[in-house]
Design a protein around this ligand. Structure first.
Ligand SMILES: [Zn+2]
Length: 292
């Protein structure tokens, strides 16, 4: 089930998921208007059922093609589905989706997260605006977490849905094949500079953020610097990517419950290492890296 939290009082509602949207749950957004919009229907929407929404849905948007964000799409097979053009192909083909992750999760995608390929996904690009009636939705391409990750700005409330730039203490995630650390940095800089924002809504845990919005982005961004510093410290002597992954810099400790942890550590910290090589703070040494 979810808890409804109204923002602005004119139909903009956050459907707050279990434990404030802790994965695999999430915080979906519903905008009841002439055209009613549902953003990222979560597993909580699935559990509650469409009747719990209390209204018909005229359009569904996924901020990006990740399992926890599309889990409820299948409830609306005849409703237009919108994604950024870079992530839309993943919703049309399970093979494309798996290639974007870089791992074979087909069974989980279909059985736990209700993946159903659709041949009619509509695409949007940065700067497009969708008029719902009393509300307008601005699509902001904020890549990095995935190639087509978007934030959505709702007017007139000035609320920005940040998707999986989720403002958590864990920090940004760019562990997929189509993710990018450089794009994540650029997107966070853009998010920080958005003007006249009344609140952020993140899909996971941070949830509804109404105060110190730039501080929330700065603290989240600072995790990237912490990862850089930990990597440079560890690489005072040459280290292989396997050794770096084993250091658990991203997750901070080892979780037996996360079997893909070592893979994600290697992918994400490999991106930090490559970036630090480009910036002249590290160099390649054999198969590994060493700080300069
Ligand atoms: Zn995601």
């Amino acid at each position: 089930m979810f808890e409804r939290v109204s923002l602005g009082g004119d139909g903009l509602t956050v459907l707050v998921g279990t434990r404030n949207g802790k994965y695999p749950s999430g915080n979906s957004v519903l905008v009841e208007d002439d055209l009613t919009l549902l953003v990222d229907p979560s597993v909580n929407v699935v559990a509650a059922g469409v009747d719990a929404l209390g209204c018909g849905v005229g359009v569904v948007v996924n901020s990006h093609a990740h399992e926890d964000h599309f889990a409820g799409n299948f409830l609306f097979p005849d409703v237009p589905l919108l994604l950024h053009e870079a992530d839309a192909p993943a919703m049309g083909s399970l093979d494309v989706l798996q290639a974007s992750y870089g791992s074979d999760w087909a069974k989980i995608m279909v059985e736990q997260f209700n993946y159903r390929p659709r041949g009619d996904v509509r695409t949007v690009t940065d700067g497009e605006v969708l008029d719902l009636g009393r509300h307008r939705v601005h699509f902001l391409h904020m890549p990095g977490h995935t190639a087509g990750h978007m934030c959505l700005r709702f007017e007139p409330e000035g609320v920005v849905f940040t998707g999986d730039l989720d403002l958590t203490r864990f920090g940004p995630y760019y562990g997929d094949a189509n993710a990018s650390l450089d794009d994540t940095i650029a997107s966070l800089a853009r998010l920080r500079e958005l003007q006249d924002v009344s609140a952020f809504v993140s899909f996971h845990e941070a949830g509804i953020v109404r105060e110190d919005l730039r501080g929330a982005v700065d603290r989240y961004t600072a995790v990237l610097g912490e990862r850089d510093r930990a990597l440079l410290e560890f690489c005072r002597e040459p280290r292989s990517l396997v050794e770096i992954a084993d250091r658990c810099i991203v997750y901070r400790k080892r979780y037996e419950s996360i079997p893909w942890q070592a893979t994600v550590e290697a992918v994400m910290m490999g991106r930090h290492a490559d970036r630090l090589v480009r910036l002249g703070a590290m160099r390649n040494e054999g198969e590994g890296f060493v700080a300069i």
